[in-house]
Design a protein around this ligand. Structure first.
Ligand SMILES: [Zn+2]
Length: 538
């Protein structure tokens, strides 16, 4: 600390620290821009101020601004390390806009040790910053002529930078208020989607879907969250995580279809469901235009549609759920946040199945294995917590996965096992309620996958690894058997609407057979995913 007794040394250290911070938060040229924006603070600190009150005021202002730079860098570095995403990316904006306060708290708790270490590091850096600011201005050393000219030149340069909008907008004090406004705007755009939905209904009525027969029909669509098929024993995982679904698959024979190579085309819920329900035509923010929505088509064909959800999700509710005739969101109680278990939806399903109407489409939206994994299972149903040293654990250890990640994997597998019971129960309920002289069908998919030490040292959503997109897709129907060989066809979730339309037994113009995985004319095109050298038939 004797070293930084000198104001010059303190200032130099401060400049060094800021350079490091800018480099951690931004890439290349952008970090230089950020440094230039912070430059006036350093110049001001060097300027000799005689009045102690003036120096105190300066200390406070400069410290506050430097802390803003520091915080800005910390948030950016965090988002980059977790999601390889910028704060303004649609991934981050949609996630924030779509998160209830209680959920945000749970998210922060879930970050656990990593977040705690980050906060400690941030506090340490902040403290160092304050110390250096204090030392930089005291005592007030007189300026030589050359130094004075240099400072004025630097200041002029910084003023010019502030005058330019492309530079200025990266200043934390301007950037973050704009970011908050973007989040609010996105939320507003979701808030009132009545017009969009009316347009989708009109589009569906115009397409005039017809029913292939007049027999009664009940279709259940189960959409889960964050389930990676590689963690299901039904798909070959070593831990027995899906005994009930596997038993159903054995019992049902060719009325059951396990699509072995199923992929989502988005690593997040909002994007993935937007694609699924619109036959791959729409992203979360695109206007309805002439596009179709499966739920609207089902209604136009005379189906009564239910949407039952364990999510508390504004975007999904506005873009999809409200197209249904009946909407039930069971996870709305404040304070309960996302700890509500999916099995609580089974009673709702039973009620809808008992409804006497001849044509029913019942959508269940589960939390599945969404982080935080422990919240998806009751405390007494976690057998894999004791699986340290088994084949999976040993494989992960050999691959250099740390203990904390292997423990996350255990919790994740516990969640998949509990989920197995819930999903299997939905089919058993439906099987018991196949309409007399009619048909029933069932489809189960996950919106996207999950990385839990599969490729990366990371647990969570994962836009940059295959694990983020590897999903299960299971089908069942009471009537015609599924075509032989369909199980090996690669499948993409944003084409899933075509398969669902077949299960609904509805038909309209311009239905491309080549996108319906159940059709003999199916022709696979791989989705454009940010993954290199991934084979989609695995
Ligand atoms: Zn999701």
């Amino acid at each position: 600390m004797t070293l930084i007794r000198s104001p010059h040394a303190a200032l130099a250290l401060l400049a060094l620290l800021l350079t490091g911070v800018a480099a951690a938060a931004h890439e290349g040229w952008r970090s230089v821009q950020l440094l230039v924006l912070a430059l006036p603070l350093l110049v001001w600190l060097r300027w000799p101020l005689q009045s102690p009150a003036g120096r105190r005021l300066r200390r406070m202002l400069v410290s506050a601004l430097l802390l803003a730079f520091l915080l800005d860098a910390a948030v950016r570095a965090f988002l980059w390390s977790q999601y390889q995403a910028f704060p303004h990316s649609s991934l981050v904006l949609a996630a924030v806009a779509n998160t209830a306060p209680g959920e945000a708290l749970e998210y922060l708790r879930h970050q656990g040790l990593g977040l705690a270490l980050g906060v400690v590091a941030l506090l340490g850096l902040g403290g160092l910053c304050l110390l250096l600011v204090r030392r930089s201005g005291e005592p007030a050393l007189p300026l030589g002529r050359g130094e004075r000219l240099l400072l004025i030149a630097l200041l002029l340069f910084a003023v010019l930078a502030h005058a330019s909008k492309p530079w200025r907008r990266h200043h934390p004090l301007l950037y973050w208020p704009g970011w908050v406004e973007s989040v609010a705007e996105l939320r507003r755009s979701w808030q009132d989607q009545d017009r969009e939905r009316a347009q989708l209904m009109a589009n569906a009525l115009q397409a005039a879907p017809r029913r292939l027969d007049e027999a009664p029909s009940t279709v259940v669509l189960v959409i889960s969250d964050s389930v990676n098929r590689d963690n299901m024993s039904l798909y070959g995982y070593e831990r027995e995580t899906t005994p009930q679904l596997a038993a159903l698959a054995r019992q049902e024979g060719d009325r059951w279809l396990t699509l072995r190579h199923a992929w989502s085309t988005q690593a997040n819920t909002v994007g993935s469901l937007a694609g699924f329900f619109s036959f791959g035509e729409r992203g979360p923010a695109q206007a309805a235009g002439r596009s179709q929505h499966v739920l609207a088509l089902a209604r136009a064909a005379g189906y009564r549609v239910w949407w039952m959800s364990n999510h508390d999700d504004v975007a999904i509710e506005q873009q999809h759920a409200r197209l249904a005739d009946e909407v039930e969101m069971i996870n709305r109680q404040p304070g309960r946040t996302t700890s509500s278990l999916d099995r609580e939806l089974l009673d709702c399903l039973a009620e809808a199945l008992a409804d006497p109407r001849p044509r029913k489409l019942i959508v269940l939206h589960l939390l599945g294995a969404h982080p935080h994994y422990e919240s998806r299972t009751p405390a007494d149903e976690r057998p894999f917590d004791a699986s340290r040293g088994d084949a999976v654990d040993a494989r992960l250890e050999r691959a250099g996965k740390p203990l904390w990640l292997r423990e996350r994997r255990q919790s994740y597998d516990d969640a998949i096992l509990h989920h197995d019971g819930v999903v299997a129960a939905t089919l058993r309920q439906l099987r018991a309620q196949v309409p007399a002289n009619g048909q029933a069908a069932w489809m189960f998919v996950s919106d996207h996958g999950q990385e839990v030490g599969h490729e990366l040292i990371h647990a969570g959503h994962s836009p940059n690894s295959a694990a983020g997109y590897r999903v299960p897709a299971l089908l069942w129907r009471s009537g015609a058997p599924f075509p032989a060989g369909a199980a090996e066809r690669p499948f993409r979730l944003d084409w899933g609407g075509w398969a669902l339309a077949e299960l609904l037994r509805i038909d309209w113009q311009n239905q491309p057979e080549e996108r319906n995985v159940l059709s003999a004319g199916y022709a696979w095109t791989a989705p454009a995913l940010p993954l290199r050298q991934v084979r989609f038939d695995r």
